[in-house]
Design a protein around this ligand. Structure first.
Ligand code: ARG
Length: 401
């Protein structure tokens, strides 16, 4: 029996050509696996048929939309996961779920190797291969674009020569990756970091300069997970989809950054993540009233470290798992409602309520009903400033000597 290779298949030019390219180079049979993480666009059955048309011996579509929303997007929300304070980890969190399905398919179809279409310059190759090594240590990895010299020009020439059922003429200058948590656009004109993104780059968001009327939404959370919008119960996937639509219409969640890739390159990225950014904003505001101060401060640093690990391809690592436990525990009381207004590129919170809130009106108020004992403040301040005061008098003494 011929050796089998499972290929992470997107339906695009590179991975379509990779099917024959890998088979020619290795003599193996190629099984194409497409994972639906809510990327939208083309119908998954069309993509499956294209893989077969390009020479795959088997082609398989995994519907991972709910799994992705529940087990990847929700932990990212609980962590308020933003790499370098900006990027909601859109591609970084989709790789581990795709890896799970690739390894599963390798077992089902008796493959010894897993292939992906990444280049040698990005983070995604690392995420795929570290994930595969972790979940299937016996499996080998190949990357035809990186390891078998499959350049874009060669891909177009190959597709035309073999008459593959794929459009090769429409040259999209950008490298795009998208799923329900958001969309990432890079390369081309954007590589000059002074160039402002043009309108055609965006798909999930409308231009915020000319917004429709403000849209007020109430998001209900139970232990850090959104469970309803405006009182209508929804699954996490439905919440994200609905907020992509409503916040997207207002141009919320456009991000333009230069970020540090794991491989040492700084790269310009345009992201749009309307649902994710609206949810992270709402979630943070609910944490503000339900998590105790020191716990919240420490959680912010945990969330940052968590985001770096996830960005760096360490989704399945012991440290990431340990931080998950901390973050999960922190969500025990993060339940309640957040009201926010989506308008003209912003998502602004204007109301919050929770049965497990730590906000104490009688401590906070400056009006009647105040229970805060102001006389305790003076002694507190004397002790709080004591060590700095002692150090400062030493500094002044030494400076005067
Ligand atoms: N820079 C982002 C990341 O590393 C997005 C990568 C998007 N991938 C792509 N093939 N366009 O997570």
């Amino acid at each position: 029996m011929k050796d089998r290779i499972v290929l992470a298949y997107s339906g695009g030019l590179d991975t379509s050509v990779a099917i024959g390219w890998i088979a020619d180079a290795t003599g193996a049979e190629v099984v194409a696996v497409a994972v639906d993480v809510g990327q939208g666009g083309e119908d998954m059955e069309t993509i499956r048929q294209r893989a077969l048309g390009c020479g795959a011996v088997e082609a398989y579509v995994a519907d991972a939309r709910d799994e992705f929303a529940n087990e990847y997007c929700m932990p990212t929300l609980k962590a308020n996961g933003l790499y370098q304070g900006h990027y909601p980890l859109v591609s970084a969190i989709s790789r581990p779920v795709i890896v799970k399905h690739l390894v599963k398919a390798a077992r089902e179809f008796g493959a010894t190797t897993v292939a992906h279409g990444c280049t040698g310059k990005g983070n995604d190759q690392v995420r795929f291969e570290v994930g595969i090594q972790t979940l299937g240590p016996d499996l080998k990895c190949i990357a035809p674009v990186r390891d078998l010299a499959l350049t874009r020009d060669k891909a177009i020439a190959y597709a035309e020569e073999k008459q593959l059922p794929i459009v090769t003429t429409k040259k999209n200058p950008y490298s795009i990756d998208q799923n329900v948590w958001g969309r990432a656009v890079e390369t081309g004109y954007l590589e000059d970091i002074w160039n402002a993104p043009t309108k055609d780059i965006y798909d999930y968001t409308q231009t915020p300069e000319f917004p429709p009327a403000p849209d007020e939404v109430t998001i209900t959370f139970v232990q850090g997970v959104p469970t309803a919008l405006d009182g209508v119960e929804l699954t996490p996937l439905q919440v994200i989809q609905e907020l992509n639509r409503r916040a997207g219409a207002q141009g919320v969640g456009r991000i333009d950054v230069v970020e540090d890739r794991l491989v040492g390159i700084k790269s310009r990225e345009i992201y749009e993540a309307p649902g994710a950014m609206a949810l992270i904003t709402a979630h943070k505001h609910l944490e503000d009233i339900t998590i105790e101060r020191e716990h919240a401060r420490f959680k912010a640093t945990v969330g940052q470290r968590w985001s770096e690990l996830v960005y760096d391809g360490q989704w399945f690592s012991p440290l990431k798992r340990a931080l998950d436990t901390f973050i999960e525990d922190s969500q025990q009381y993060v339940s309640g409602d957040i009201r926010m207004v989506l308008h003209g590129g912003t998502a602004v919170v204007n109301g919050r309520r929770s049965d497990t809130s730590l906000y104490d009106f009688s401590l906070a108020t400056y009006d009647t009903g105040d229970t805060f004992d102001q006389s305790s403040a003076k002694g507190f301040i004397d002790l709080w400033g004591m060590s700095s005061k002692v150090a400062s008098s030493r500094d002044q003494r030494v400076a005067g000597e």
